[in-house]
Design a binder for this molecule. Sequence first.
Ligand code: WT7
Length: 648
Amino acid sequence: MSDPTVIQPGHYGHYPAIMTQAALDTMTRQAREDPDGFWLQQAGRVQWHERPTRGFEGSFEGNVSIAWFADGLLNVSASCLDRHLADRAGQVALIAHREGHGEAERLTYAMLHERVCRLANALTALGVKKGQRVAINLPMISEAVVAMLACARIGAVHVVLFGGFSADGIAERLVDSGAVAVITASVAWRGTKRVPFKETMDTALSRAGAASAVRAVLVVRTADDAVPMLPGRDRDYHDFVDRCDADFAPVIMKAEDPLFMLYTSGSTGKPKAVVHACGGYIVWAAYTMDMVYTHRPGDVLWCTADVAWITGHSSVVYGPLANGGTTMISDSLPAYPHPGRWWDLVDEYRVTMLFSAPTAVRAMMADGDDVVNRHDLGSLRLLGIAGEPISPDAWLWYHDVVGRKRCPVADTWWQTETGGIVLGPVPGVQPLKPGSATRPLPGIEMAIADAQGRILHGAAEGSLCIARSWPGQARTIWGDHARFCQTYFSKVPGFYFTGDGARRDSDGYYWITGRMDDVINIAGHRLGTAEVEDVLGDDHRILESAAVGVPHPVKGEGLVVFIMPRGDNAAGLTGEGVARLISQRLGRYAAPEAVYIVPDLPRTRSGKIVRRLLRKIASGETGNLGDLSALTDTAVVGMICNRVWGEM
Ligand code: WT7
């Protein structure tokens, strides 16, 4: 490996660094020597009703248990809103830009507080109680932020569901979570595409039928068209909520009470909901956002992630608001109505910190430098990315062309399960290496394990693990603690297993090599190949299928599916039909790049499909298929190559 570029912090001469390298080293040392003391001190970043005296309690062994600040009492919405009313009631907390709607909505802390209280009253009037789940299925509009905080205020557990999920995907998650109420919108626009939120929700609720516990649906009317409403169940959000009282005393929660759950994909079976706890999560969101982003008066943070992802939870809503910042949301697309749309918005709203995904960076890079160069972008001081590996090229483009070499790029590595940033730079303090997610934040004990689960020291490559609990860690998988223990704690006993591969260089910088399990990352969206195969298993014309991820120039990875039809009963089975089935059942984001119908699949003698080979074939690495001696029938490989690439 040639020596990569290193950009020293001195390069950003005027960058308002949060601390010195020496102070950062001290923090790192304190966190290692006295973790409980360190985290109890960090807990002071948020507002407690009763300040905790207990740090971590639990164990990564056996029946894993994780608790932080167990004797603390708080309400997360109070920490994000009420707390700021004394000194920044009039400061804008949320800028909500909507394409085609003229002036953005600007909600001050006082206004946001009022809206959250009204919805908290409304939900209470609908019978929603502490501990019950509320599903939120909204586009990027202010009500999405209000809804999350209102749930937090009444102690209900929010479950934000992505607008790209299909009706089946939503139905499955409504049933699994046991949600009692839903907050949705009539429609949304993605460019010229109409996304029928309410229609999809109606279909989901009717499919879920008696298995769903949903009693009430609040509908934000986002367009003038008539929306079919089911009397007794559906209510117009603003008609109902705006009449409710503007005050609601926050429900005091134990630190370990759940704040939210969020569905994510794993390597086996159905999507699972990871559960995050009030106290640890909010401390973690506040801490990580401060270390990497450091809101200062006048800052506008625009994180382009959808609220339905953990990035949306921590970097759009909870992190910025816990720190008293100004956060921006927008339903815009980077290249609609024209390439460079996001740069217009950066200039229009004087965005100081832009946080996006590598897939967006690659797409905007493809539009060419001129598009960027036509904009001022002088307001920016920090650029961030998360969600997938970024190549040094794309990193440098973001840094040089968008950031004009003035703005550090913070590549942050984290997961739904980690609650917030785990690897990432403290900008202006640490040297940056394009393509590396830099180093663990103080308090994180990262580790690399080999295939046998042995911990490697110094420069090494292997599976990325975390040695010790941190407050923002997910506590369990909803309804399936055994799966939680199995997925994250059985591979390398005593360690949290991330599922990612990584290389650590001799400076202690981490270079993520991607997932090591059967999870693929399509434009920052996690998808388990088993989920795809599950759906295909329901089609009686398909005997067996194998889904794999292949490199994609913009999306990072794309889905390719191999189908083995049932010999006697496969009439009408087509690649397009299979692609449609996947989008219908899982959502648009899962649409495959290619579907190949093949007579057989490569297998080991024990019958396991060799996905590694299929991945190589699908990505064109047919010259380097490796050792085929473990296969039952090597002729299958040639046959599949021919099917994919023509006669070879
Ligand atoms: C997976 C987690 C960042 C939170 C949103 C995604 C991949 C995440 C990076 C990065 C390389 C990354 C990993 C991880 N990933 N950040 N900076 N560099 N890969 O949360 O949907 O739970 O996905 O995203 O593979 O395991 P998620």
